[in-house]
Design a protein around this ligand. Structure first.
Ligand SMILES: [Zn+2]
Ligand SMILES: [Zn+2]
Length: 279
C-alpha cells in the first residue's frame, strides 16, 4: 500500500491510500481543489478514486462531500449513523442534489452503510479485492464515528483520529501494525490555558473528545511492535499543541514503558501534504 496525507487537523482531514487495485480517499475535509492538487501530487485525479471512507460527520472530515458524491464511479463507506446525519442535514438544509445523489448511490449499492454486529461494539469486516478493512468503533461527539484498519499483502495501516479514548477491545486488533496514523490532539495544559470557552475545553478532554499527547503515546507504547516502522501523529491542534511537546511526551512515555522505537519513522502531520509513504 502507498499512503499520502493531504491535510490533518481541525482545519481539514484528507488522505489517500493506494492499494493493489483500488484508490481510497479517507475523509474529504478540505476543498475539492485541495483534494485535486493533492491527488495530482501522487499521479491521480478524482476519477481514479474508487472509494471514499468517512470517519464521521464533522465539517473537517466532510467539507467536500457534496462535490465528491457527484462522481459517478465513487463508492462511499461509512457508518449508518454518519450517513443518517449527513442525509438529515441535507434534508433540513434543502440540499436537493445531495439527497438525489445519496438516494441514487444507495439504490445502486454504491454506499456501504456499516451496521454494528448485534450486542457488540464491532462491525463486520469488509473485503475489497485484496484489501481487508476492519472497522474500529470510536468515541467522539458525533453519531457513530469510525477508525479503520487496512490490511493488504500482510501489511497493516491503523487509522484513528477524533476519539476520546480507544476501547480496550480494540487493543489486540491494532497491535503491531506496520503504520499508525494516530491522533495526538492537544497538550492539556495548553488547552486549559487557551481562551476557548470552558465547555469546549471539557468537550475536548472528555471521553467523547480528542486524544491528548500523553494518551496517544500511551496507546502507541501498548500497540507498536517489531513490524512497526511508521507513526504519524495526527489531528494535531494548531492552538493547543506544539511539536516539541509531542516529541517530548513520546520520549517520556516510551522510556517509562521501555518501548524500542529505533526503527520507527515519526511524522507530525499538519496542513501541508506529506510525501507518499510505502507501507
Ligand atoms: Zn476532526
Ligand atoms: Zn470530529
Amino acid at each position: 500500500m502507498k499512503y499520502t496525507v493531504f491535510s490533518s487537523g481541525s482545519a481539514g482531514n484528507c488522505s489517500v491510500l493506494k492499494t493493489n487495485e483500488l484508490n481510497i480517499l479517507i475523509d474529504a475535509g478540505i476543498s475539492k481543489k485541495q483534494i485535486e492538487e493533492g491527488l495530482l501530487g501522487v499521479g491521480l485525479s478524482l476519477n481514479d478514486i474508487d472509494y471514499l471512507f468517512i470517519t464521521h460527520e464533522h465539517i473537517d472530515h466532510i467539507k467536500s462531500f457534496s462535490a465528491l458524491i457527484k462522481l459517478p464511479k465513487l463508492k462511499i463507506v461509512t457508518s449508518k449513523g454518519t450517513l443518517k446525519w449527513i442525509t438529515d442535514y441535507a434534508r433540513n438544509h434543502n440540499k436537493v442534489k445531495d439527497l438525489e445523489n445519496i438516494s441514487y448511490k444507495l439504490q445502486t449499492n454504491m454506499i456501504i452503510e456499516l451496521e454494528r454486529i448485534e450486542d457488540t461494539i464491532m462491525y463486520p469486516d469488509l473485503e475489497l479485492n485484496s484489501l481487508k478493512v476492519t472497522f474500529l468503533p470510536l468515541f467522539h461527539d458525533c453519531n457513530e464515528p469510525l477508525g479503520f484498519l487496512f490490511e493488504e499483502d500482510n501489511k497493516k495501516l491503523c487509522y484513528i483520529t477524533d476519539t476520546g479514548y480507544v476501547h480496550s477491545d480494540l487493543m489486540p486488533i491494532i497491535y503491531n501494525c506496520d503504520a499508525y496514523v494516530l491522533e495526538s490532539n492537544h497538550d492539556p495544559e495548553l488547552l486549559m490555558a487557551s481562551d476557548r470557552p470552558y465547555y469546549t475545553k471539557l468537550r475536548i478532554i472528555g471521553d467523547h473528545g480528542h486524544i491528548s499527547n500523553e494518551d496517544s503515546m500511551y496507546l502507541l507504547s501498548r500497540s507498536i511492535g517489531d513490524k512497526t516502522n511508521l507513526v504519524m501523529h495526527a489531528h494535531v491542534s494548531q492552538e493547543c499543541n506544539l511539536n516539541f511537546l509531542i516529541e517530548g511526551k513520546r520520549k517520556e512515555v516510551f522510556k517509562q514503558y521501555n518501548v524500542n522505537a529505533e526503527n520507527i519513522d515519526f511524522v507530525i502531520l499538519g496542513l501541508a501534504p506529506t510525501k507518499e509513504y510505502l507501507i
